[in-house]
Each structure stands twice: as structure tokens, then as C-alpha cells.
Design a protein around this ligand. Structure first.
Ligand code: CAA
Length: 285
């Protein structure tokens, strides 16, 4: 089975930083790209903070923290990705941003063998594959937040993905990163978000219609159903802008009202209340 050892991660937000961290902790050489030096510095701090948290909770030792940091390098220039053998795209959940990255990667990646994976939650993988000259090498690899903690990875081949690439990437996620793999067809939301997003937007509708307070909705699901966090706190963790983009892609795909982002979600995003990352969402951080 093919081994991937030189990994590229494009985008170092919540998800990209987590993906880069788990790859570095797994002993891989990781090159991380962001658009600006400021975004790169923020991404690097995010990874360092998460490694520090792992150190505090005894999940890794000081030498392991140092070695993980030593395996990470950072750039604002995608041209230096030419030597990578697996590149994982994790930029904002916007179709234009993702297709632009795929176009650029296709230009700069040397060998035809390089695999390009997307961490998209809901944009059709085939739309990203189609802007490259190597659609057989493109696959969806969807991680969950926080990436170092959540054990699942969804693997999403398109009609054009080579079966070998699908197997290689699934084996990589399982054997190298220690994740449990589920496979899904290339349909918006795959397995998890197809079930999770209608639940999350229902909680926003419930709050908006005054049925219960945010605390009571969340306590209901934490204490009544043993979820680790309630739906509104989970939306704050995911990021309201990201959740809105996922809901929009799913609504575009299925035209089912249950996926449509409710007005309160839209207004909060417009007001910059994006959840934890902006300091304010359904709760204040
Ligand atoms: N990085 C590394 N470790 C982290 C972490 C992070 N960002 N966040 C939490 N942890 C670790 C902590 O170190 C802690 O480890 P120990 O128990 O060994 O000390 C453990 O996780 C639990 O953390 P906390 O005690 O701080 O807090 P918690 O018990 O409330 O758990 C949580 C926090 C892990 C986020 C938990 O509430 C949870 O699992 N929530 C649900 C998250 C979820 O559903 N994620 C999926 C979102 S959907 C998605 O991502 C896909 C998409 O496309 C939208």
C-alpha cells in the first residue's frame, strides 16, 4: 500500500490547524499554507495552543510537542507544494475559494500521482475535481472538530476517483492518523452533516420561535440525550458562518426546507456573531 509522508495542508483555520496538528503528531512532514502572513501566524498559534493543551492534559510529552512543531513548516506560496504527495485543502467553506485552490494546486503539483483531498463538509467533490486535470486523484476527506479529539473521518470518492486512491487515503486516515473511517457517496452533507445540520438548524428555529431559552435547549440535549454539548453550543464551536454555508449547500442540493438556514442564523452571521472564534455566538466567550 502506498505511503504518504509529505503532506500539504491548505488553510490553517479551525480545521486546517487541527489536520496539520494530527499529521505532525503522527510523524509526518507537514507544509501548511495560508493566504497572508497574518493568517499564517494565527494558524501557527492555533496549532501551538492545541499542542500545549495536549501537553497539559498528558496526551503528549514535551519532546513530542517539540518534535511535532519541528515537522511543521509554513508558507504563503503554494508553488512550494510541488514536492508533496498528499495535499489536503481546508480553506473556508466557499465554493469559489475552494475551486481557486484546486486550480492552483493542479498547476503547481509536480507528479500526476499527487492526491488532492478536500475537507469540505458539503460542496460536491466532483465540482472541485472537475477544475483539475487529474480528477482520478481527487477525493473528499472530511475531519471533525476538534480534529485531535474526534475519531471520525469520512472518505468521499466521486464517480471519477480511482479506487486505489480511495483505498490509499482510507488506509492513511486509519493506520497513520488513527481515525475510524466511514465512506459516503458524493452528496452534500455526506453521512454526518446530512443528519446533524437539520438538527442544528431546528434548534435555531426553536430558539427563534421562543419555545425555550438557549440554555434550556442545550441542557435538554446534554442531559436528556447524553450529547457532549447542546446544539447551540455546538454551532458556536463549528462557527455560525461555516454552519450557514453547509446548510446553504445542502439546501441547494436537495431543496428541502429542513436544510434552509433560518433567519436568526443569517442575522447572527451578518452581525459577526460567529461563535467561539469571534468571542460571541449563542453564548459569550
Ligand atoms: N485540541 C486538543 N484536545 C482537545 C481540544 C482541542 N481543540 N478540545 C478538547 N480537547 C481534549 C481535552 O484536552 C480533553 O482531554 P482530556 O479529557 O484527556 O483532558 C478532552 O478533549 C475533553 O475536553 P474538555 O474537558 O476541555 O471539554 P469537554 O469534555 O467539554 O469536551 C469537546 C469538549 C471535545 C469539544 C466535547 O464537548 C465534544 O466532543 N463536543 C462535540 C463536538 C462535535 O460534535 N464535533 C463535531 C462537529 S461537526 C464537524 O466538525 C463537521 C462539520 O463539517 C461541521
Amino acid at each position: 500500500m502506498r505511503e504518504f509522508s509529505r503532506i500539504g495542508v491548505v488553510g490553517c483555520g479551525l480545521m486546517g490547524a487541527g489536520i496539520a496538528e494530527v499529521c505532525a503528531r503522527a510523524g509526518l512532514d507537514v507544509l501548511v499554507a495560508e493566504r497572508t502572513p497574518e493568517a499564517l501566524a494565527a494558524g501557527r498559534s492555533r496549532i501551538t495552543a492545541s499542542l500545549d493543551r495536549g501537553l497539559r492534559s498528558g496526551k503528549l510529552t514535551e519532546p513530542e510537542r517539540e518534535q511535532s512543531l519541528g515537522r511543521l513548516s509554513f508558507t504563503v506560496d503554494l508553488a512550494v507544494f510541488a514536492d508533496r504527495d498528499l495535499v489536503i485543502e481546508a480553506v473556508a467553506e466557499q465554493r469559489d475559494a475552494k475551486t481557486e485552490v484546486f486550480r492552483r494546486l493542479d498547476e503547481v503539483l509536480g507528479s500526476e500521482d499527487v492526491v488532492i483531498a478536500s475537507n469540505t463538509s458539503s460542496i460536491p467533490i466532483i465540482d472541485l475535481a472537475a477544475v483539475t486535470g487529474r480528477p482520478q486523484q481527487v477525493v473528499g476527506v472530511h475531519f471533525f472538530n476538534p480534529v485531535p479529539v474526534q475519531r471520525l473521518v469520512e472518505i468521499i470518492p466521486t464517480q471519477l476517483t480511482s479506487p486505489e486512491v480511495t483505498e490509499q487515503v482510507a488506509a492513511f486516515a486509519a493506520a497513520r492518523l488513527g481515525k475510524t473511517v466511514v465512506r459516503a457517496r458524493d452528496r452534500a452533507g455526506f453521512v454526518v452533516n446530512a443528519l446533524l445540520i437539520p438538527y442544528l438548524v431546528s434548534a435555531v428555529r426553536m430558539l427563534e420561535s421562543g419555545v425555550a431559552s438557549a440554555e434550556d435547549i442545550d441542557n435538554g440535549m446534554v442531559l436528556g440525550c447524553a450529547h457532549p454539548m447542546g446544539p447551540l453550543r455546538l454551532l458556536d464551536l463549528i462557527g455560525l458562518d461555516t454552519a450557514q454555508s453547509i446548510a446553504e449547500s445542502m439546501y441547494e442540493e436537495y431543496k428541502e426546507p429542513l436544510y434552509a438556514p433560518p433567519p436568526l442564523l443569517r442575522r447572527m452571521v451578518a452581525a459577526g456573531a460567529l461563535g467561539r472564534k469571534s468571542g460571541r455566538g449563542f453564548y459569550t466567550y
